[in-house]
Write a protein that binds this ligand. Structure first.
Ligand code: SAH
Length: 392
């Protein structure tokens, strides 16, 4: 195995459990193929960790084990999957929830791979050419460790440079839609339809909070609504009426479908295909306002007129939301922008209320649920930030 010497600081960091490797960690810049397994050593040539190299949006590789005698082979991966499954035993036993994250990259000991569970199907997401070099062994390990499953799908979260791969890679193909349940609510998902499946599993607890606490008898506005999952949760929680707004044409049939599968006539709900910034103007003109507003934009978005980024524009977006929230109304402010810390996010919230001359109260906050397991040494993995606020 290739040995690579680490600089002093990186040595300390990795010995204490930090999982990410970056080029600057190495005494000599690595020039090896993507996916190469390496033995990391200190300046005394002593073992520090096993790892693999892979260029991806975060860093240049991941640590696999800090145990010197741990061979990196099929058994190693089987062990990770057994542990991952044991960690989700409560979710697995819960018949009311059949979709969740089964394996969360570095949080479960293997950066560069996530696996989501959808009603007996598993969806692998590969984050680099490097990890994909190990696809065969990892899949074999998975099949051995998790023998009860209907089928396996895969997605690529890196630039495959035009190369195409099958999305369905093992077992049965899933029905379309594949109906999953989450806290008893049904969601229509599609496992072979691009990167997104119809539901963002990391928002499970927020959907539940909206249904349980912020919906009954309320008017709800769901901005950047995608397939309307938050709207469905609100309607199931007894909302008077939901309004879902998304720019994408596909959001209309997708949202109608999410209501229908729960026995709600979509005609009783408002589903609007429109840029949310245009919708805010429309709402102001029509003097519309809402009791609960959900705002969960993409980290970056380019529309015909402008580019939006959470880091730069969230505060202003929130100002528009505050302006059409009823007194005592609730705002569910969410972002998955990894480059925005909780402190910065809270700062943007405060600024928006100050600019609107409006008072508010912090009600509760959410971060990733426990199935999106984190490595405690790598808080950067905690990308989801949600604050629920009451406008005074
Ligand atoms: N909040 C959703 C997920 C949002 S995904 C949920 O939890 O289910 C981001 C969505 O924002 C996409 O559906 C995209 O079409 C939409 N979008 C991006 N820019 C937009 C804009 N300017 N106006 C309305 N929708 C937009």
């Amino acid at each position: 195995m290739e040995k690579m010497m680490l600089k002093k600081q990186a040595t300390g960091r990795i010995r204490s459990g930090y999982p990410l490797l970056v080029k600057g960690d190495f005494v000599k810049e690595p020039k090896v193929a993507e996916g190469t397994l390496v033995e990391l050593i200190d300046s005394q040539q002593k073992f520090v960790a096993h790892g693999y190299l892979a260029t991806q949006n975060k860093g240049d590789g991941w640590v696999l084990s800090i145990l010197p005698n741990q061979p990196i082979n099929q058994k190693f991966y089987e062990g990770l999957f057994h542990e991952a499954e044991a960690n989700r035993a409560a979710l697995k036993a819960d018949d009311e929830t059949t979709a969740y994250r089964f394996f969360n990259g570095e949080g479960d000991g293997l950066g560069g791979l996530t696996i989501d569970y959808y009603a007996d199907y598993y969806v692998f997401s590969w984050y680099s050419v490097g990890i994909y070099q190990h696809q065969k062994m990892i899949l074999e390990a998975f099949k051995k460790a998790v023998p009860s499953r209907k089928g396996i799908y895969q997605k690529f979260r890196y630039d495959t440079k035009g190369a195409t791969y099958d999305s369905h890679i093992f077992g049965e193909t899933a029905p379309e839609p594949l109906i999953v349940v989450e806290n008893g609510i049904q969601y229509a998902t599609y496992l072979d339809d691009g990167l997104m499946t119809g539901i963002f599993l990391d928002q499970r607890e927020v959907r539940e909070a909206i249904r349980e606490k912020y919906s009954v008898g309320k008017t709800i506005l769901n901005t950047f609504s995608y397939t309307g999952a938050f709207s469905v949760a609100a309607a199931m929680g007894g909302a008077l009426e939901t309004t879902s707004v998304d720019l994408a044409n596909r959001s209309l049939p997708k949202t109608q479908e999410q209501f229908s599968v729960n026995g709600i006539d979509p005609a009783t709900q408002k589903i609007i295909v429109m840029d949310v910034f245009d919708y805010f103007k429309y709402a102001a003109r029509k003097e519309l306002s809402f009791d609960t507003i959900v705002v969960d934009p993409p980290s970056f978005a380019r529309s015909k007129k402008k580019t939006f980024s959470v880091a730069k524009d969230y505060s202003q977006l929130l100002e528009e939301v505050i302006a059409i929230t009823n007194p005592n109304g609730v705002i569910v402010a969410s972002t998955n922008a990894a480059n925005v810390t909780m402190e910065k996010f809270e700062g943007m919230i405060k600024k928006a209320f100050v600019n609107q001359n409006s008072q508010f109260e912090w009600l509760e906050s959410y971060q990733l649920p426990s199935d999106f397991k984190l490595n405690p040494q790598f808080p950067e993995g905690s990308y989801l930030k949600v604050w629920i606020l009451r406008k005074k």
